[in-house]
Design a protein around this ligand. Structure first.
Ligand SMILES: Cc1ncc(COP(=O)(O)O)c(C=O)c1O
Length: 216
């Protein structure tokens, strides 16, 4: 089976580095998905990483490639209501999440996937256990402690605090860049957020309020 991995430009360079690292005869990294949108090649299987929201522009991308040979993996690292309006509950076939931008604990290396296809789930689960032999107990303990904080106040407090923090920072950045003739930040459109029940704009500034979260 020959699988090509494609991603949208601007996203994680690490997708390329990881794919290249394996130097596999079965798959290769082939770059920007939009270049393959109208391809006449019907023999290759395609995996498309879709960052939604994208880092750093906050855009809720959608898969570009369609058809029976294309399968998207949705990277929802930033799909949290302090960053982005949540237009609908996440419901893709394969979605990956991380603590990285939920609480700002990137270094904890704790993430999870929601996978609808049982065979894909088993392959991924098998790969995970061969690759890292399970998540370390220390990381699990830390993740549980963080989850306790996240679920406080029916799971709303952290997002309200996070949204306010991010919005303030984003506005500060905007004000500072208004004085510049050379730099500006991208326009972002407001959208209805089903989580907060409000129309909101994304606040895609850096997210590092972990020092404010008391876990121990
Ligand atoms: C879009 C996106 N996905 C995934 C990650 C990485 O997450 P983790 O810290 O769990 O490796 C990042 C980190 O910057 C990111 O921006």
């Amino acid at each position: 089976m020959h699988v090509n991995l494609r991603v949208l430009i601007l996203i994680l360079q690490v997708y390329k580095s990881q794919t290249d690292f394996f130097r596999s005869v079965d798959f290769q990294f082939v770059g920007d998905t939009s270049l393959w949108k109208n391809t006449s090649d019907t023999t290759s299987n395609l995996i498309e990483f879709v960052t939604a929201p994208n880092n750093p522009d906050g855009k809720l991308n959608k898969a570009v490639l369609q058809g029976p040979n294309a399968k998207p993996i949705y990277d929802h690292a930033y799909y949290w209501p302090h960053f982005t309006p949540i237009p609908a509950p996440a419901d893709e076939d394969l979605m990956i999440f991380t603590f990285s931008k939920l609480t700002g604990h990137a270094g904890s290396r704790f993430g999870w996937a929601l996978i609808k296809d049982k065979d894909v789930y088993e392959t991924m689960s098998n790969y995970m256990s061969l690759n890292v032999d399970g998540v370390s107990r220390d990381t699990q303990l830390r993740a549980f402690k963080l989850l306790k904080v996240v679920t406080r106040g029916r799971g709303r407090e952290i997002f309200e605090f996070g949204y306010k923090t991010m919005k303030d920072r984003w506005e500060k950045l905007n004000r500072a860049l208004l004085m510049s003739r050379r730099f500006s930040v991208q326009e972002s459109s407001p959208q209805y957020c089903t989580f907060s029940g409000k129309v909101k704009r994304p606040s895609p500034g850096d997210f590092s309020f972990s020092s404010r979260i008391k876990t121990f």
